[in-house]
Design a protein around this ligand. Sequence first.
Ligand code: HEM
Length: 418
Amino acid sequence: MTMTVEQAGLTVVDPSAYAQEQRLHEACALLRRESPVHWVDGRPDYNPFWVITRRADILEIAKNHEIFHNHPRPVLVPAAEDQRQAEQGQMLRTLIHIDDPDHKALRPVAADWFRPKTLRTMQDNVNRLARRYVDLMLERGGECDFVADVAVHYPLSVILTLLGLPESDFGRMLQLTQEIFGGDDPERRRGESPDDQIAVVLEFFAYFQGLIADRRENPTEDLASTIANARIDGEHLSDLDAASYFVIIATAGHDTTSSTIAGGMHALVTHPEQLAKLKADPSLLPNAVEEIIRWVTPVKEFMRTATRDYDIGGVTVKEGQQVLLMYPSGNRDEADFDNPQAFDISRKPNRHVAFGAGVHFCLGAQLARMETQAIFAELLPRLDHVELAGPVEGVHSTFVSGLKQLPLRYRLNQAIDA
Ligand code: HEM
């Protein structure tokens, strides 16, 4: 049965469509063609909004931060959560929850850590961690779940090392990040009610408050100390701002890159000709990583609220209405990409919007690229053979989502210089 435009709009609010992406991509292709700025209404559990599916419109809105604000609804959540936030306020005040002038003041606090010059000092550490997880695949003896064994732990180890947290806390951080992002997934979330999500956020807070107190008392050379000891107009960040900073770094820096690496591996295994091409010419790796990021687009959406009427795509978005920036759709827009439904590691140019645009452009984009390159640079030369060893499963989430399970069978060699 063919999909109507109305059904395509409603697909965007169906978490299960993100676990079977073909349906999501078909819906977005239809919207791009027929209704690129489309009003989504008709689900009692979600407040209505406009979904933006063309890349040019996504960029126009993202770059127009004076008119389109992140506050008060930065991501798509069910109506019950919108209502809770309206009554009790946002529990978090991360960079994605705020607008200028606060955003302009807070973003520089951690920005130096993510510049290429600082990241170069991290390269050896990232390479060491990449080798550790590829060695672990070797120890598994030819079969593993690439998500559980590699893709989840490696980026978490990188980001927590950058923050300066002890390895003994990594397990707890992993559970909390997965619970915060897996809110729509029955196997990931803690429970069904908004109270369960609140409990997760409060646990994060309690942990980070302890860390802030410690780093103010005993400053060290890590990102945690930078955040804990930062001052704006001579004052430390408020408890809420500092704890929110930790939450965004720990969460944004983890599940996003995990999903990219797992989705990239899946794409290479299911496109053996692309894998062979990359193995034959490792100089293609930076380009391949960019294509992997476009192909996977792990962050599915962010929202903005119009602060005044604005005409776009032939309709008027009214003051106070929300727009959903649908990144996976922008990244398969026929107007901007040749053959966008093909996975092509030599794609050039590749002006994807997976990291967003404008003043909220992903702070960790360079780190994400570096991590993704390092793991494939370690893995591919050692990999003689790889195939799927069982069913592949995706996470049910309308926000950050990727694979939950990627069983692989493979032949892997020792590190070349081990
Ligand atoms: C492939 C992996 C990643 C993708 C696709 C991704 C994507 C995004 C997107 C789409 C945004 C919002 C941009 C906008 O609103 O225009 C964002 C913001 C952000 N990302 Fe990433 N991200 C990734 C990895 C990372 C990593 C490794 C970090 C490291 C900490 C990170 C930290 C952040 C932060 C702090 C923000 C908020 C920036 C702001 O609002 O000013 N991200 N990311």
